[in-house]
Design a protein around this ligand. Structure first.
Ligand code: EPU
Length: 426
């Protein structure tokens, strides 16, 4: 099966195109709902988005022409309320192009409070004025935004992207410390550099941006989706099988591959992808903590937990990025998994959730045979992990709310079918 461009890069690369004075070309774009949402929002703002010319658009090519950017009607933008968290990243580019932006209430997965305080603080520090309205947020500026010094309290992916997309055209130098350095952020920096931006990534999470007056377009192939790759890798372990993921790349997967190998999983890397296999004997349990890059990604956690239900002994998982990301384990327990969640920081270093009331550690005891069940998808990654559990389980499972999974997994029904799963849409 094939994995294409990263869900957590592609929509942001689409937003970056607004900053250009010429059209941009983005390749390896997956057909997922988050891309459709951003495409719709860009169109509302006068950005012409067309799919590439080749037959069936095999290369997943999008051409984004921002030459006629304009303000959108608030009522039209409001139609997109609750559909994604990406709209908040329109602020910087729209402020540069139009002097104002309106952002609807955000969506995204319900895996914690997911505030936007860092984003708003960042925008204010560039000189933008932020007005909170009932329907969303109106942001404006009377002149060119000014380069600034920003120190993030936590290396937030979105807030780092907010700084990048705003600083590239601001007047003067911006210095960001406490930045996130995820591979998707590095790919966004590569795109901005192609457009004419000057960005240096220094040691210790410091990023320096020299603002420029004008950016051009870019031609770029999005880096591959490391979350989807890890999801299929975990499926191979959970189902005692073997899955070749075409398009998977090693550098972004290194941290995951180490953990995969520690559990007992086997993999082979070639120039086109990675083959993941169950070793044919019992898997090992392990102690794991999620973290910002280069740590073990929070989004790899849920699919892996399903695989760990098949490992012998006690595994401990400490979630340190989101306070509330173990809700999906309820359905796994109903299917026969033995998983307990705890408020304490288990298994490692205390995290910022240690003093609060959130169930952010889990102990998985295995191996346990899973039984088919009736599941309602809670969020994107949790939902995919339920699909994996359904594949690994004895008997039939009914999964409701799969449209949430379309947000981030391209053609997952087709891919499940190709793996030999008997899947029917009812
Ligand atoms: N945070 C704040 N205030 C803010 C922003 C973030 O307190 O203004 C907190 C969050 O509540 C969270 C932590 O900071 O506890 C990290 O959040 P971050 O900003 O890094 O996350 P994000 O940018 O909203 C992106 C991905 C997530 C992924 C995280 C971490 C996108 C669209 N989403 O979210 O992906 O889990 O980074 O890597 O890029 C997913 O793909 O299913 C998904 C949830």
């Amino acid at each position: 099966m094939s994995v294409r461009g990263a869900k957590n890069l592609v929509p942001k690369a689409m937003v970056a195109a607004i900053l250009g004075s010429e059209p941009s070309v983005l390749r390896n774009v997956p057909a997922i709902r988050d891309v459709d949402v951003v495409r719709g929002l860009l169109s509302l703002h006068g950005v012409e988005v067309t799919s590439g010319p080749d037959a069936g658009n095999q290369d997943g090519e999008l051409v984004l022409d921002p030459r006629n950017v304009e303000s959108a009607h608030v009522a039209d933008i409001g139609m997109h309320a609750g559909s994604s968290r990406i709209p908040i990243l329109f602020c910087g580019p729209l402020l540069h192009r139009l002097g104002e932006a309106f952002i609807p209430d955000l969506g995204g997965c319900r895996i914690g409070d997911r505030p936007i305080n860092y984003h708003l603080d960042v925008l204010r520090s560039f000189g933008a004025v932020v007005d909170k309205l009932d329907s969303g947020i109106h942001i404006h500026t009377s002149g060119r935004l000014q380069g600034t010094k920003v120190k993030l309290p936590y290396p937030s992916v979105g807030a780092t992207e907010q700084v990048l997309l705003t600083a590239v055209c601001a007047e003067g130098v911006t210095e960001l410390s406490g930045a996130a350095i995820e591979p998707e952020i590095m790919d966004l920096i590569a795109i901005l550099q192609k457009m004419g931006a000057i960005i240096s990534v220094d040691t210790d999470r410091v990023i320096r941006i020299d603002g420029v007056e004008r950016l051009g377009g870019y031609v770029h192939r999005a880096l591959s989706d490391r979350i989807e790759t890890a999801s299929w890798a975990s499926a191979a372990l959970a189902t005692n099988g073997e899955i070749y993921v075409r398009g998977a790349t090693q550098p972004e997967m290194m941290t995951f591959l180490n953990v995969f190998r520690r559990i007992g999983g086997e993999f082979e890397i070639d120039e086109n992808g990675i083959k993941f296999s169950h070793p044919g004997y019992d898997l090992n349990s392990l102690v794991l903590e999620t973290d910002v890059h280069p740590g073990f990604m929070t989004d790899w956690q849920q699919p892996l937990v399903v695989a760990l239900t098949q490992a012998g002994g006690l595994s401990i998982i400490h979630e340190t990025v989101y306070e509330n990301r173990f809700g999906f384990t309820d359905a796994l327990r109903d299917m026969g998994a033995v998983i307990q969640v705890y408020r304490e920081c288990l298994g490692g270093t205390p995290c910022r959730f240690g003093q609060s009331n959130f169930n952010h550690s889990a102990v998985v005891s295995g191996p346990t045979k899973l039984q088919g069940g009736s599941i309602v998808v809670p969020d994107l990654r949790g939902g995919f992990s339920h699909l994996i559990a359904a594949l690994a389980a004895d008997g039939e499972s009914k999964v409701e709310g799969i449209e949430l999974i379309n947000r981030g997994y391209e053609n997952f029904m087709g891919k499940l079918g190709a793996l030999g799963a008997d899947v029917t849409l009812v």
